[in-house]
Design a protein around this ligand. Sequence first.
Ligand code: CO
Length: 150
Amino acid sequence: MKQITKFFILVGVVSFTSLSQAACSFDVEVGDYLKFSTPDMAVEKSCESITVNLKHSGKLPANIMGHNWVLSADADVQTLATEGMSAGLVSNYVTPGDARVLAASSVIGGGESTSVTFSTAGLVSGDAYTFFCSFPGHSYSMRGALTVSP
Ligand code: CO
């Protein structure tokens, strides 16, 4: 019994320690609906790179209820979503080589997972960024603010 108590105290200390450090990795869940599990995200430049792990816990395939995680400046979301539609699923609904796309994961369907890692070097603290799903029609509700702190 004493051993078990010690174990839980240790786990508590380890969790507390990791909370005080910058989060450089985020787990985001999506499903057969138009919503990210994370409404907003705060990243820190002290992380050289950020990783977003996207998990689709739904059942519908990517061509019906596909989701991705795309990052851009606030002002570019609308244009990127429109142009991404033309790029099609084959390009993950993102125009290849578009510099306004700061990060983009592939489009996944139910039961699938993917991740995207991007450098924070190009992110400016205080600038307004938005993450969204570029699947046609999804960006209106599948979006959130990403704030950057030093
Ligand atoms: Co979507």
